[in-house]
Design a protein around this ligand. Structure first.
Ligand code: FDA
Length: 303
C-alpha cells in the first residue's frame, strides 16, 4: 500500500459516517434482509454460492444476541423457501461471546440445529486475537455435536499452525484467510510475504489432512498456488471451495468459476455496517485514489 493510501486509511474512523458509507456501499448488500436475498439470488444466477452475514459485532447488551438469533432464523427460512444456495456466517461477539459465553454457546447451538434441519451450514467468523482461544473452544464444543459448523483460521497468526493441528484432529471444516485485524508483531506475522508463505503452508496441511477448505482470498498469486496444490493432489471440485468478499475482485471470481472451481461470496447486510466497512476500505489498495477523485468531482460540481 502506498503512503497516501495508508494515511487515508488511518483517517477513516474520523471521516463522517455518510462519507464512509458512500465509499463502502460496494461491500454491503444493503440494510435489509430483502436486499441480501436479492443480491444472493443474483449471485446464484451468475454461478456463485454465497454465505450471508448480518453486520454487527461486540454487542453491549445480551438482549441484542437474542435479537440477532431471531434474525438469523428468518434468513435461514428465507434461504430455504427461496431455494437459494447460501449458508450463513456469524461473528460470535454478536451472539454474546465475551459478555456471557454460556448464552453464546446456547444461541449458536440453536442456530446450528435449525440450519441442520434446513440442510444448511454455519460458519463461525474469526475476530480479534483476544477472542481466538474462546472462539476455537466454543467451536470445538459445537463441532462435537454437529457436523454442519465450521471455523476460520487466520494465516497471519503465529499460533495458527498449532490450531490447524488441533482442528485436523477433530476433522473440522475450515475457511482459511489472511486475517483482517491489526495484531501485534509478537503474535502475528507482519510481512506480506511471510503471511503468504504461512497461508500456503496451512492450506497444504488442511487439504492433506483431508479437510474441506474454504480458500478465502482475493490474492491472485495465492489463488494460483492453490490451483497447483489442488492439481498435484488430484482433488475433485467438491473437496474444497474458493471464497471471496462481495464487492472485491469479481473479475477474478468469474475466472475461478470459468476455470471449473466453486466459489462462495461473503454477503454482509444490515444497519451496523461501519466497523466492517472501515476494515474493508483499509484493505482497498485504491482507496486514496477513489477518495481524492470523488472529492475533486464534488468540488467541480460545486464550481
Ligand atoms: P490482499 O489483502 O493482499 O488482497 C489481494 C488483492 O485483492 C488486493 O491487492 C486488491 O487488489 C484486492 N482487494 C483485497 N481487499 C480489497 C478491498 N477491500 N477492496 C478492494 N480490493 C481489495 N478475516 C478475518 O480476520 N476473519 C474472518 O472471519 C474473515 N472472513 C473472511 C471471509 C471471506 C470469504 C474472505 C474472502 C475474507 C475473510 N476475511 C476474514 C478477510 C481476510 O482475512 C483478508 O483480510 C482479506 O481477504 C484480504 O486478504 P487477501 O487474501 O484478499 O489479500
Amino acid at each position: 500500500m502506498s503512503v497516501i493510501n495508508i494515511a487515508i486509511a488511518n483517517m477513516l474512523p474520523f471521516i463522517p459516517k455518510p462519507v464512509v458509507g458512500y465509499f463502502a456501499k460496494r461491500y454491503i448488500a444493503g440494510d435489509k434482509l430483502e436486499d441480501a436475498i436479492r443480491v444472493i439470488s443474483e449471485l446464484n444466477d451468475e454461478g456463485f454460492m454465497c454465505t450471508v452475514n448480518i453486520l454487527g459485532e461486540n454487542i453491549k447488551k445480551i438482549e441484542s444476541a437474542v435479537n440477532y438469533l431471531q434474525r438469523y432464523k428468518e434468513i435461514l427460512n428465507e434461504l430455504t423457501e427461496k431455494k437459494l444456495d447460501s449458508n450463513i456466517s456469524i461473528k460470535m461477539t454478536q451472539m454474546g461471546m465475551g459478555l456471557d459465553d454460556k448464552v453464546c454457546l446456547k444461541q449458536m447451538d440453536e442456530i446450528i440445529q435449525l440450519s441442520k434441519k434446513e440442510n444448511n451450514f454455519v460458519r463461525i467468523d474469526m475476530e480479534e486475537s483476544i477472542y481466538t482461544s474462546k472462539t476455537l473452544e466454543i467451536h470445538s464444543k459445537l463441532a462435537k455435536k454437529h457436523n454442519n459448523v465450521g471455523i476460520v483460521i487466520q494465516a497471519y497468526l503465529r499460533r495458527s499452525e498449532s490450531d490447524v493441528s488441533e482442528l485436523l484432529k477433530i476433522k473440522a471444516g475450515v475457511r482459511l484467510c489472511k486475517g483482517i485485524y491489526v495484531e501485534p508483531r509478537e503474535i502475528a506475522f507482519k510481512d506480506r510475504e511471510n503471511i503468504r508463505l504461512n497461508y500456503t503452508r496451512l492450506l497444504k496441511m488442511l487439504l492433506r489432512g483431508g479437510r474441506y477448505v474454504g480458500i478465502a482470498t482475493h490474492d491472485e498469486r495465492l489463488v494460483y498456488e492453490a490451483y497447483d496444490i489442488i492439481n498435484e493432489m488430484g482433488l475433485g471440485k467438491e473437496e474444497y471451495e474458493f471464497q471471496m468478499i462481495y464487492g472485491v475482485n469479481k473479475e477474478m471470481g468469474k475466472k475461478i468459476l470459468a476455470d471449473g472451481h466453486r466459489l462462495r461470496i461473503y454477503v454482509p447486510y444490515g444497519e451496523e455496517w461501519l466497523a466492517y466497512s472501515i476494515r474493508r476500505l483499509k484493505e482497498n489498495p485504491d482507496i486514496a485514489g477513489h477518495i481524492i477523485k470523488n472529492i475533486l468531482s464534488f468540488n467541480n460540481r460545486g464550481s
